[in-house]
Ligand binder design. Structure first.
Ligand code: HEC
Length: 270
């Protein structure tokens, strides 16, 4: 009995650490997004990054510019730094390009990013920003480890460098899985023809570095994802702050009620 139990526990422990793949599939391990949605400075940097690098193709049509006051920006800061058109502060974050034009240029219209963080989650978005690499076989010249054959070009390539795909091939699934586990951050383990396995990761190209150091680029991506998470649910920050106040209220209430209880029971013999 005890032995069976131990075997089950061991199987569970091993199971969480390994890459279990059905034949023909691929397995992806995402790096956790270091996004902190109460970090106002990170959100402000993310807003700036979004407006400068994403808003020319993607809209965030459920987001009004004035709402950015919630992340600590003043109306003037928003107008001077984040709004390039003659838009009113109450305008939503839309783009000049029509979906039909966009579809003509990219083959697919860039989706609205208002609620993308709720669809994909912050980890996925963070790794998507880290997953781009140069690929001469694709029509755009770019590919993405997280979203294979994506129609979006690597718009941040000057910052990160073009990056390249690094592949290691193994005959044996166990060895490939061990190599994948040893990789820090984003990694993909896939089956290859001839019963082989490949471990893929995106790495900087030493001959073509970006203007940012890798850690700096990861922080840039984290700020961007943090902002997209805020855009997906702007009132969540208020809920979190309110939650903290409510909990503090309960702590104070408990202390008072407890003091009262002691006072009531002081004279009762027990
Ligand atoms: C040059 C235009 C362009 C720019 C600039 C751009 N994108 Fe995209 N993006 C696209 C296109 C086109 C797609 C659709 C890709 C597809 O479905 O294959 C896309 C898709 C995406 C997706 C995937 C949506 C999904 O889940 O299907 C995300 C997330 C995204 N973009 C985020 C960003 C962010 C963040 C920025 C700013 C750093 C950005 N994009 C800048 C064109 C662009």
């Amino acid at each position: 009995m005890k032995k069976t139990f131990l075997t089950v526990v061991a199987a569970l422990l091993v199971g969480t650490g390994t890459f279990a793949i059905a034949s023909g599939g691929a397995d992806l391990r995402l790096a956790p997004a270091p996004a902190h949605r109460l970090d106002a400075e990170s959100l402000q940097r993310g807003a700036r990054n979004f407006v400068n690098y994403c808003l020319n193709c993607h809209s965030a049509q459920f987001m009004r510019f004035e709402r950015l006051q919630d992340i600590g920006l003043t109306e003037d800061q928003i107008k001077d730094n984040l709004m390039f058109g003659a838009d009113k502060i109450g305008a939503t974050m839309t783009v000049a390009m029509t979906p039909a034009e966009a579809a003509k240029w990219f083959g697919v219209a860039p989706p609205d990013l208002s609620v993308i963080s709720r669809v994909r989650g912050t980890d996925w978005l963070y790794n998507y920003m880290l997953g781009f690499y140069a690929d001469s076989k694709s029509t755009t010249g770019w590919n993405n480890l997280v979203f294979p054959s994506v129609a979006m070009p690597h718009v941040l390539w000057e910052l990160s460098g073009p990056n390249r795909l690094v592949e290691q091939e193994f005959d044996d699934h166990g060895k490939a899985a061990a190599a994948a586990i040893a990789v820090k951050g984003l990694v993909r383990l896939a089956s290859a023809p001839g019963g082989k396995w490949i471990v893929q990761q995106v790495d900087t190209d030493p001959n073509a570095p970006g203007t940012m150091q890798p850690a700096e680029y990861r922080a840039f991506a984290a700020d961007l994802v943090n902002f997209l998470d805020f855009v997906g649910e702007p009132t969540k920050n208020k809920r979190i702050s309110l939650g903290i106040i409510v909990l503090m209220y309960f702590v104070v209430l408990f202390a008072l009620v407890y003091a009262l209880k002691r006072m009531y029971w002081k004279d009762v013999p027990h």
